[in-house]
Design a protein around this ligand. Structure first.
Ligand code: CA
Length: 408
């Protein structure tokens, strides 16, 4: 989390492992419940500071009276991933055929709104819809934690209380201003909410009322949400009409070890060093770009321009930026990356993850419901099946496991 321009998600900043995703570690022991008065006493100490930042006494009382803490959010704050997710697994789940098809349907359904959003903010429809698809699966996954409760708890217990208090006060101001109904303000455990998964402070800086009802409603107004996403990118330096970047081919023996997103070089430099676009078209005549090789020099390589940085600022992870960027290309009709990932066991789409779960259940494993999320229970079952099938019992599901399960 950068102090001056916080990303809307806290989660990425809190996870030290770049590609860590929830559900990949054994659950830590639950945080014990505090003494009954402890939470109430803490909230009372927040009352006067809240007034100083524009939360009225009445608002504070209305939303905190009788509030109980939710200590499960402290467990999630303390969550340490067991191992890193490979980038090809991360992208296989986020940019799959289902999300491309649903995104293209959304482009058609909201074409007129997206046209007006582009006119006002300069961000093209495919990019806006790609962010929407990754952030909330086009408005289907918002999180279920009531924000006042989760951020109130995080303001009183655990690490980073000062940060969460700022978000707690912002939440109360959003309710006070009447943007969103109190019973609708639910989100991720860390407070990101709505179609765009903005943190409350991001909402206050960047949320837009685009349907003209006087409220910026990122829970229930698609026009407000799409416009707010475009506004975020515009304020993050989006350059209208420019690409995020593109996949490139590196010449044999190219040394990419000192390159990166922030190491911008002119297109002239890249041409001189033998870098070419994978489709054979010439690099742009002007401008500058950094080189990303997220799986090392043997995997796909990308020149990334200023607009990639704007996407990156949404969630401060290059893997995340690449997911949005690639999904936007796929929504425009582009294909998969030309250079394959350096693995003999590629990742699974969400449909394939559901198939793995169905096959695990058919073999008698208790993994809960088929949801496409390979959590702790699925991982235990995967290890058992890998051992049975003579594969390394890693707990990771890839194409090799899926094929073996289908045939067994
Ligand atoms: Ca509105």
């Amino acid at each position: 989390m950068k102090a001056r321009r916080p990303a809307p998600h806290l989660l990425a900043a809190l996870c030290t492992a770049l590609f860590a995703t929830a559900g990949q570690a054994q659950a830590p022991s639950p945080t014990p419940a505090p003494a009954p008065q402890e939470f109430e006493n803490c909230l009372n100490t927040l009352r006067a500071p809240a007034r100083a930042v524009g939360v009225s006494e009445a608002t504070f009382t209305q939303h905190t009276l009788g509030l109980a803490p939710d200590m499960s959010v402290i467990d999630k704050l303390n969550f340490q991933p067991e191992f890193r997710t490979a980038i090809w697994d991360y992208l296989a789940g986020l940019v799959d055929d289902q999300r491309v098809a649903e995104g293209q349907a959304m482009l058609a359904l909201h074409a007129e709104t997206l046209r007006r959003v582009q006119e006002r903010f300069g961000v093209d429809p495919a990019t806006v819809v790609a962010v929407w698809g990754v952030e909330s699966n086009f408005g289907q996954t918002f999180g279920k934690s009531p924000l006042v409760q989760s951020l109130g708890t995080l303001s009183c217990f655990g690490r980073r209380q000062a940060y969460f208090r700022t978000e707690f006060y912002a939440t109360l101001r959003i309710l006070q201003a009447g943007h969103i109904a109190p019973n609708r303000l639910v989100g991720s455990w860390a407070g990101a909410f709505g179609h765009t998964q903005f943190m409350p402070s991001t909402f206050e800086r960047l949320a837009v009322d685009f349907d003209g009802d006087g409220r910026a409603d990122l829970m229930d107004s698609t026009p407000d949400a799409l416009a707010s996403t475009a506004n975020f990118l515009a304020k993050a330096g989006w350059q209208s009409g420019q690409p995020w970047g593109f996949e490139v081919k590196l010449p044999p023996g190219f040394n990419a070890s000192s390159e990166g997103r922030r190491t911008k070089r002119t297109m002239e430099d890249w041409v001189a060093r033998g870098v070419k676009r994978v489709d054979g078209s010439p690099l742009p005549a002007s401008g500058s770009a950094g080189l990303l090789t997220p799986a090392g020099p043997q995997g796909p390589a990308f020149l990334v321009l200023r607009n990639f940085d704007a996407i990156y600022s949404y969630n401060a992870a290059e893997s995340y930026g690449l997911a949005i960027a690639h999904l936007s290309d796929r929504l425009r009709g582009g294909g998969p990356f030309v250079t394959p990932w350096p693995t003999d066991d590629p990742g699974l789409s969400r449909a394939e993850r559901r198939e793995v779960q169905t096959l695990l259940i058919a073999r008698g494993h208790d993994i809960g419901e088929v949801d496409g999320m390979l959590g702790d229970k699925s991982r235990v079952a995967i290890r058992a099946e890998q051992a049975r099938l003579g594969q390394e019992p890693s707990g990771r599901a890839g194409q090799k496991l899926l094929k073996a399960l289908r045939g067994s």
